[in-house]
Write a protein that binds this ligand. Sequence first.
Ligand SMILES: Cc1cc2nc3c(=O)[nH]c(=O)nc-3n(C[C@H](O)[C@H](O)[C@H](O)COP(=O)(O)OP(=O)(O)OC[C@H]3O[C@@H](n4cnc5c(N)ncnc54)[C@H](O)[C@@H]3O)c2cc1C
Length: 323
Amino acid sequence: MAKEGLTPSQREALEAQFSRKLKEQLPLGRYTSSRIGGPADYLIAVRSRDDLVDAVRFLWREEIRFRVVGGGTNILVADAGVRGVVLLNQARRFTFEKEAEGSWLLWAESGASMGTIARRSVERNLTGLEWAAAIPGSVGGAVVNNAGAMGGNTAGSLEVAEILQPNKDYEVWKPAQFSYAYRSSVLKSNPGMAVVLRAAYRLQEADSDAVQQKLAEAVEHRQRTQPAGASWGSTFKNPPGDFAGRLIEAAGLKGFKVGGVEVSTLHANFFLSQEGATASDAAQLIRVVQEKVKQHSGVDLELEVEIFGDWPQDPENDSAEDR
Ligand SMILES: Cc1cc2nc3c(=O)[nH]c(=O)nc-3n(C[C@H](O)[C@H](O)[C@H](O)COP(=O)(O)OP(=O)(O)OC[C@H]3O[C@@H](n4cnc5c(N)ncnc54)[C@H](O)[C@@H]3O)c2cc1C
């Protein structure tokens, strides 16, 4: 398939299938938490699991390249945007099903907000997802990234998830099938290999005060330790036995800025983007921080944020001198 985008017949098929749902050249910055990102050739919002299945099957059948975006809270979208289709996942329904005495399954469509399902669980005095109360983004993104906080993570809370792959009926995967590790999974290592449709989390009835307190702790911890403002969350994974933020701070980089993107002075693993910031600024800052941390402490920082879309070259190897 041409790098430039779609063939005329693919475009025709798209327009016939989605008609007014199809948006062209919408800047993705409005759908990412960093507010950075150029346009998608085409953007289609899907509002239910079944719409998601139909859209994905159609795109696979027509061999039209596409990516799913949930909350857009863990991606750095190129200034040139994304070729092909972005499926904006707004399938947000969720239900609580009683399984046994004291035990419930929360089934959530993959576009549901993690924070919302965590808070709704707590309102029902159900324990198991309090750690997710302050994590932005969708269920699908959390399943892909093995999102986690406050000692909890997706690998530990997920019961099963529905997964759709090309030329197959959907499958129900157990956590072991995702090869989960710290902020990674088989889906994260193979972008686009499958689409997460729904996820189920097992929750237990618990004392109201205890679950409320855990939720409040997660929110308070987030507010105390992380900056407000536009960002994609943690830029780098924590290296074994250390913290990316500590290493960046030790290299003297708190407040360091390239263009409109700045290393937070509160938590150095968070980079904040100001109005007008570009993906190119962000990529350059990432590169400089990696170089300086390597010089200072000898550690190679590995990206947690996903580089997404149509970059002119590998942005991680795009040094300031190249620009
Ligand atoms: C302020 C802030 C704080 C954060 N704190 C944390 C934290 O404490 N812990 C943590 O783990 N993360 C944290 N993050 C990162 C982010 O919130 C998580 O990684 C989140 O799970 C990403 O979900 P998303 O829906 O935004 O994914 P997106 O950014 O939309 O997508 C991420 C990847 O998942 C894929 N994807 C999304 N949905 C689907 C789907 N349904 N099927 C297939 N692929 C899909 C996308 O194609 C992309 O490859 C933070 C981010 C911010 C902005």
